[in-house]
Ligand binder design. Structure first.
Ligand code: A5P
Length: 234
């Protein structure tokens, strides 16, 4: 296990303190969220009663393998808590998510939860979002035209000449669990996450973007020798 993996596990372990019996839980996607699942499973087998909703097919598969009970969001919402990772987080609890292409379901589940605890190693904590290219989920129909309008919307907010790259894997377009495409937008430095989130949401063809603004309630950041808890100030 690398030093970074150990930090992810420490953040995941600390998030277990937020879980109480009877909770309805959203399960995030990605390696840090998977560390949380691995730690949650023995608690469940030890008698902790929770009803969970997965944010991706990948997470659902792992939860089933680990024997964590899964349910349907429509039946369980509102959830008490979602625990998920992030690609970047700032101290105002704005996030970039979607590195694992699960941003749409992650945002639906988190928005359907009373609380969202974000777990990450310290490399994810940034002074300003944007170094990690922002994932945007786009409908396949007219996706080239949609990308042009994303660039125009970005330019109108001061992000000129935005580089937008379609996410590919093994020579094929990446498709999300909902069958859409993913484009990664190299903003480099996002000066106003709320304004950009609103601007991107206005573009027809954009299903969802990976900016999470006003959704996370607690950041759990693992540093070597210390786990930092950053609550939302709102
Ligand atoms: C999945 O789509 C993402 O939002 C993940 O939460 C994010 O990429 C963090 O993943 P890691 O925990 O693997 O870094």
């Amino acid at each position: 296990m690398t030093a970074q993996d150990l930090l992810k596990r420490e953040a995941a372990a600390r998030a277990l303190d937020f879980v109480t019996p009877g909770m309805k839980l959203g399960l995030g996607t990605g390696s840090t969220a998977e560390a949380f699942l691995e730690l949650l499973a023995p608690r469940v087998h030890g008698g902790l009663s929770v009803d969970c909703v997965a944010t991706s097919e990948r997470t659902a598969k792992m939860a089933r393998t680990l024997g964590i009970p899964l349910g349907d969001l429509d039946a369980l919402a509102p959830l008490d808590l979602t625990v998920d990772g992030a690609d970047e987080a700032d101290r105002d609890l704005n996030l970039i998510k979607g590195g694992g292409a699960a941003l749409l379901r992650e945002k639906i589940v988190a928005a359907s939860s009373k609380a969202m605890v974000v777990i990450a190693d310290e490399s994810k904590l940034v002074a300003r979002l944007g170094k990690f290219p922002l994932p945007v989920e786009i409908v396949a129909f007219g996706h080239g035209a949609t990308v042009s309008r994303i660039k125009s919307a970005a330019a109108s907010l001061g992000y000129e000449n935005l580089i937008v790259t379609q996410r590919m894997k093994d020579g094929a377009a990446v498709k999300t669990d909902s069958g859409n495409l993913v484009y990664d937008c190299a903003f480099k430095a996002i000066t106003n996450a709320k304004a950009l989130a609103a601007g991107l949401s206005m573009v027809p063809g954009v299903v969802e973007h990976g900016l999470f603004v006003g959704i996370a309630t607690t950041l759990v950041i693992a540093h070597p020798g210390e786990v930092e808890i950053i609550p939302a100030s709102r």
